[in-house]
Design a protein around this ligand. Structure first.
Ligand code: UD1
Length: 418
């Protein structure tokens, strides 16, 4: 626990190398359970959620270590198929371990992930798909018992392209003889990365990145080495930080093709974005940002819900009015109240926010309500006049690797106080 002290008003200038994607590495860590051998993962960010996944893996009997950006998991010996309640609570996305445990062990026992910081996060799509695959699921006193000894291939039509449900089905179906088909699958690049990891280990999965995915069961998976894709949401956050502070930034190890929903919005607001070489992107923002007419968060390749809060922080000081509609999560505007404390002019009505840009925000004492909302407040403070104190930064640590060191290297005045 700690807080950031940020004195705003310094244009960010310099170069950074982007961390690996949290939302890619977490399902891949769950997938390591399927491998009767060792997984070596490169470009793994050092994050609280990664540490939580390693704890779950050790609880299941695996050997799991992180050294720098390399994570090694030896899942030759799995001794359990139950994840304890405290581990489930440490990280909501731990539910993706169910598919992997079910496929590897024939059983999975977990506790209900329950409500969360973004509003209700149901798991009905996961459970409906598992049942369609022949999994027997019973729920008792907040515990979920899955018997997956008789899985069969199925054609699963998702009512909504849920990222977690798509990943869970892919993991559960890896060893099921025959072909399992997912229709209306999520198309996020992190799903494609999971497919690439599994196929490298010997799985036969086709179609990830599109809306239909086919999983042909194989008898086993072998040791594998894999490099995790760059984090498009962290990339977007630093681009927006440059915009907020009217700075100039070059980002290495980035994949611009994963950011098709984001970059046009930044360009519309007046940022100059350049693509000098593969894996490199630069941004220049000399003037005060312009507003953007309307942004709706949507499943990939639309504008990502995870970049909504940082975008709002950027638009808070844009010249003109913007409208954001959050269509993915029911409660993802917690940062609004805190931005208003800093002088922002934002009105919300249900899932719609109207942001009337003010010339400048002023430093204030604010508290992160969730991971991306916390990042938004960090951005707002970097652009504001005066000093801000940002509490609950452990939420930011769930997804951003050493943000204070990276921002300080770009000239920001930011200090972590433990
Ligand atoms: C993942 C990402 C998260 C991102 C989200 C949407 C990870 C670790 N997390 O979360 O950062 O914000 O995708 O891009 O990858 N839903 C149901 N029933 C279900 C499952 C989901 O109604 O069984 C609903 C959710 O409540 C939400 C929407 O579907 O409204 C999207 O959820 P989903 O795509 O599943 O997100 P996550 O996998 O939880």
């Amino acid at each position: 626990m700690g807080h950031f002290v940020i004195t705003g008003g310094k244009p960010l200038k310099g170069e950074i190398s982007l961390q690996g994607a949290k939302n890619a590495v977490l399902p891949i860590l769950a997938a390591t359970v399927l491998i009767n051998g060792t997984s070596e993962l490169h470009n793994c960010p050092a994050l609280r959620d990664v540490t939580a996944s390693l704890k779950i893996l050790r609880y299941l009997g695996c050997k799991a270590e992180q050294t720098g950006d390399v994570v090694t998991v030896d899942a030759s010996q799995i001794t359990g198929f139950e994840v304890s309640d405290d581990l489930m609570r440490e990280m909501r996305s731990s539910f993706v371990f169910v598919g992997a445990m079910a496929a590897r062990c024939g059983f999975a026992e977990i506790t209900y992930p329950g409500g969360c910081e973004l509003g209700a996060r149901p798991i009905d799509l996961h459970l409906k798909a598992f049942r369609a695959m022949g999994m027997k699921i019973t729920e008792e006193h907040g515990k979920i018992y899955c018997d997956a000894r008789r899985l069969r291939p199925a054609a699963i039509h998702l009512d909504f392209p849920s990222v977690g449900a798509t990943e869970n089905i892919m993991l559960a179906a890896v060893f099921t003889p025959g072909v399992t088909r997912i229709v209306n699958a999520a198309k996020e690049p992190e799903i494609e990365d999971l497919q690439n990891f599994l196929n490298r280990a010997g799985a036969k999965i086709y179609g990830a990145g599109g809306s239909e995915i086919y999983i042909e069961g194989v008898p086993s998976l072998k040791s594998v080495t894999h490099r995790v894709i760059p984090d498009r949401i962290v990339g977007a956050t630093y681009l927006m930080a440059a915009a907020v502070t009217r700075g100039e930034l070059l980002i290495r190890n980035i994949e611009p093709s994963h950011m098709d929903g984001i970059l046009p919005v930044l360009e519309e607001c007046g940022c100059e974005i350049g693509y000098p070489r593969d894996g490199i992107l630069n941004i220049k923002c000399k003037e005060r940002m312009g507003a953007t007419d309307k942004v709706r968060t949507l499943p990939y390749p639309g504008f990502p819900t995870d970049a909504q809060a940082p975008l709002m922080a950027m638009l808070a000081t844009a010249c003109g009015s913007s409208m954001i509609t959050e269509t993915i999560f029911e409660s993802r505007f917690k940062h609004v109240e805190e931005l208003i404390k800093m002088g922002a002019n934002i009105k919300t009505d249900g899932r719609v926010a109207v942001i009337r840009g003010v010339r400048e925000l002023s430093g204030a004492e604010v508290t992160a309500g969730d991971l991306r909302g916390g990042a938004a407040l960090m951005l707002a403070a970097l652009g504001a006049s005066g000093t801000s104190k940002l509490h609950k930064i452990e939420l930011i640590d769930r997804g951003y690797e050493a943000p204070e060191s990276i921002l300080a290297s770009l000239g920001a005045k930011i200090k972590r106080v433990e």
